[in-house]
Design a protein around this ligand. Structure first.
Ligand code: 1GP
Length: 254
C-alpha cells in the first residue's frame, strides 16, 4: 500500500509529496463520489481519507464500499472516535490528540479501539494529531473539548510534534479544521518540519493552488483537501497536478 512508503527514512531521503482527499460521509452524495473517482483515474491521488469530527448520517460504510469497489486507491479512516472504525477500509489514522489535554482523545478512545483493531486487517498509522487555531472554533476542537495551538506560536507546535515523535508516534497531522478560514501558516509548518523526522501531514482550509503550494513548500509531506473538493471536484485535478510537479522534479534530478 503506498501509504507504507511514507516511512520516515524514505520520506526524508526522497522528499516525495503526497495528496490525500478527505471525504466526509455527511457531505457526499453518490454522484459526486463517482465524479471524484473518475477524476482520480486521470489525476492521481495517494489516499482517500474518510471521516469527520461529527458524523450525523449512516453513510460511512456505503461510502467506503463505493470507493473500494471502484478504485485501488487506499482508503484510510480519519476517525473522531472508536465508533467510526470500519473494517472495509485499508487503514486507520490512530490519532492521539497531542495538542489537547483531554485524556479521552490522548488514550481513552484508543483503549476501546485496540481489541477491535487488533482483530481487524486494518493497517494502523500511529499519528500525533495537532489542532491549530486558524481563526474560529472548529467542530474538532469543540467536540474534543480541547484548545487548539495558537496560530502564531510555531514553537509550541514544534515542541508538541517533537514530544509526539519521542513518544513513538510515526506521523504528525497538523489540522486547521475543515473549511478553515486561513490555512496553517508556512512558518508553523516549517518549524514542525524542521523539528521532527517523521512525515508531516497538513490540512484545513487549502482551497487554492497557492495555498497548496505554500504548504508543500513549507515542508508538508502530505496535504489533505476536503471541503473545497466537495464543492468543486475539479480542484482535485489542480492539486494533483501541483503535487505531481514536485515529484516529477525529484525524479528528473535523481
Ligand atoms: C480537515 O484537514 C482536513 O480535518 C481538511 O480540511 O476540509 O478544509 O480541506 P478542509
Amino acid at each position: 500500500m503506498p501509504f507504507k512508503n511514507l516511512r520516515q527514512q524514505q520520506q526524508q531521503q526522497t522528499g516525495r509529496k503526497h495528496f490525500a482527499v478527505l471525504l466526509d460521509p455527511d457531505n457526499l452524495d453518490e454522484a459526486t463520489c463517482l465524479q471524484l473517482l473518475a477524476l482520480s483515474e486521470l489525476h492521481p491521488i495517494d489516499f482517500f481519507f474518510v471521516g469527520g469530527s461529527l458524523i450525523t448520517t449512516n453513510n460511512q460504510g456505503g461510502l467506503i464500499r463505493l470507493l473500494k469497489s471502484n478504485s485501488d486507491i487506499p482508503v484510510i479512516l480519519f476517525p473522531s472516535n472508536s465508533l467510526h472504525i470500519d473494517k472495509q477500509a485499508d487503514g486507520i489514522l490512530l490519532l492521539s490528540l497531542i495538542s489537547g489535554r483531554n485524556p479521552e482523545f490522548l488514550i481513552g478512545q484508543h483503549i476501546l479501539s485496540a481489541p477491535i483493531l487488533k482483530a481487524s486487517q486494518l493497517h494502523v498509522y500511529p499519528t500525533g494529531y495537532m489542532l491549530i487555531d486558524t481563526g474560529r472554533q472548529t467542530t474538532a476542537s469543540y467536540m474534543s473539548g480541547t484548545t487548539p495551538i495558537p496560530y502564531d506560536k510555531p514553537e509550541i507546535a514544534a515542541c508538541t510534534a517533537m514530544a509526539g515523535e519521542m513518544l513513538g508516534l510515526r506521523y504528525i497531522y497538523m489540522d486547521g479544521g475543515s473549511g478553515a478560514q486561513n490555512p496553517i501558516s508556512a512558518a508553523m509548518i516549517s518549524a514542525v518540519r524542521k523539528a521532527v523526522d517523521i512525515p508531516v501531514i497538513v490540512g484545513g482550509g487549502i482551497n487554492t493552488k497557492q495555498k497548496a503550494k505554500a504548504a508543500l513548500d513549507a515542508g508538508a509531506d502530505v496535504i489533505v483537501v476536503g471541503n473545497h473538493i466537495e464543492k468543486n471536484p475539479g480542484f482535485l485535478a489542480e492539486v494533483s497536478q501541483i503535487v505531481s510537479s514536485y515529484n516529477v522534479a525529484l525524479d528528473i534530478h535523481r
